[in-house]
Design a protein around this ligand. Structure first.
Ligand SMILES: [Fe+2]
Length: 446
């Protein structure tokens, strides 16, 4: 039996008619699926209401500064030690974790066509394939770029990741995440983030699903500073939605999968681990509709650096140099005067993994399809292809609405090393760098 209830504080309706969500990035949220389940005035009473167990899920060390400190108190039917013990290691799992040094990674600018849906049944969990990684999960530095392809729901399997938070970017198909904190429904054009240690399973709502995942081993994703932009703009705090408490009270066999230090384990269960009846705290999953992004751009000339489109940033130990930034290229007006309007040609110390959710990306006229990917590693030059260059240098510079497009980038300070899977994919384009071959000289010597 599943019992869901709506917290009456700060909720807003959802387009998929799910229970309301709690609004506000990083807030100390609270929610109870059964009235009276949340202890009042203390975290760990001698006897928790309704015979529940009190359990803290730490997202940061206990002594992390208050502004960064993350933890959840969860009031559950059984403590986690009843559903995450007696593990058995799994071999042959396709998820890769940094550092990996498999195969020979291709060098230079790399691009992939969309990877077709698998012919055998896969779930969100079994359908994850790693494209590239950097850093080292053991030292909590770096990230992995994965794709997922799912054809069926996870029904009696659950997962949590010890190695990093998961930023999920659906490209096709709507996903319903059942988490310990409640339910998040996320479709193309939206994202969600699952914190470290958060147990969940994923259902498909409208057929096969495909998308991208950034597994962030480093500091948690947060909202970027706004500087002179002021107190509003970019991704606004109130548009980040957290689930209301919803629990599963089932007694049937299930499996709990865990990724720990790059290795995968499974434990057998006789009940659902999503048995949290009430919770409060700030180490919770959240979703965000990318169409809520308040895009800031030039109203005079030149193309700003793409950091102007940062949705979330995960800091490294070097100020301003992200472990990973999540950046989008959404619908927007292009109004720059006497300007080459597409992204400029450049060589970047940072490494850029890009994906396309829908539409056409303005630097590539063709070859970069929705569901596809590109990787421009540190100091490999890139920029508009010949057709985009010709168009941009001859266009009338009237205001133009860039519409029906949504690309994104995981930009990271460490080079991304492709996996053997990614290097051997039939979807790997062997001719990608030829898109720049016809960029001829125009300069005439005097
Ligand atoms: Fe770039």
């Amino acid at each position: 039996m599943t019992d869901t209830a709506r917290d009456t504080t700060g909720t807003e309706p959802d387009q998929h008619h799910q229970p309301g969500y709690l609004s506000g990035f990083g807030n100390q949220h609270r929610s109870e699926a059964r009235a009276g389940a949340l202890p009042v005035g203390q975290n760990s009473p001698q006897r928790v209401p309704f015979g529940l167990y009190a359990e803290q899920l730490s997202g940061t060390s206990f002594t992390a500064p208050r502004a960064e400190n993350r933890r959840n108190w969860m009031y559950r039917i059984r403590p986690s030690v009843r559903h995450a013990t007696h593990f058995r290691e799994l071999d042959g799992w396709p998820i890769r974790t940094a550092p990996h040094r498999e195969g020979k990674a291709p060098i230079g600018q790399i691009r992939w066509n969309p990877v077709p849906m698998p012919e055998t049944a896969t779930t969100f969990l079994t359908g994850i394939r790693t494209i590239a990684t950097n850093g080292d999960c053991h030292t909590q530095v770096g990230m992995a770029a994965h794709i997922y392809m799912a054809t069926e729901s996870m029904t009696d399997t659950f997962f949590y990741n010890s190695d990093g938070e998961l930023l999920v970017v659906p490209q096709e198909g709507t996903l319903r995440f059942h988490t310990e904190c409640g339910v998040l429904v996320v479709g193309p054009g939206e994202i969600c983030v699952l914190p470290r240690g958060m147990k969940f399973r994923v259902e498909l709502l409208d057929g096969p699903a495909r998308g991208y995942i950034c597994e962030n081993y480093g500091a948690y994703l947060q909202l970027p500073e706004r500087g002179p932009i002021g107190a509003n703009g970019l991704a606004n705090e109130r548009d980040f939605l957290y689930p209301v408490a919803a629990y599963e009270d089932t007694d049937s066999t299930a499996e709990m999968y865990v990724k720990f230090d790059g290795r995968l384990f499974v434990a057998e269960l006789d009940h659902s681990p999503l048995d949290v009846v009430a919770w409060h705290g700030n180490h919770a999953p959240y979703k965000y509709d990318l169409s809520r992004y308040n895009t800031i751009n030039t109203v005079s000339f030149d193309h700003p650096d793409p950091s102007i489109f940062t949705v979330l940033t995960g800091e490294s130990d070097r100020p301003g140099t992200a472990n990973v930034d999540f950046v989008i290229f959404p619908d927007r007006w292009m109004v720059a005067e006497h300007t080459f309007r597409p992204p400029y040609y450049h060589m970047n110390v940072m490494s850029e993994f890009m994906g396309l959710i829908y539409g056409v990306y303005d630097a590539k006229e063709e070859g970069f399809a929705p569901g596809g990917m590109s990787l421009h590693n540190s100091y490999f030059p890139h920029g508009p292809d010949i057709d985009a260059y010709d168009k941009a240098t001859t266009a009338d510079l009237d205001p133009v609405k860039q519409e029906g497009t949504l690309a994104f980038m995981f930009e990271t300070r460490h080079p991304l090393i492709p996996t053997a899977f990614a290097s051997e994919l039939p979807a790997l384009q062997d001719d990608y760098p030829t898109v720049w071959d016809r960029l001829e000289r125009h300069f005439q010597a005097e």
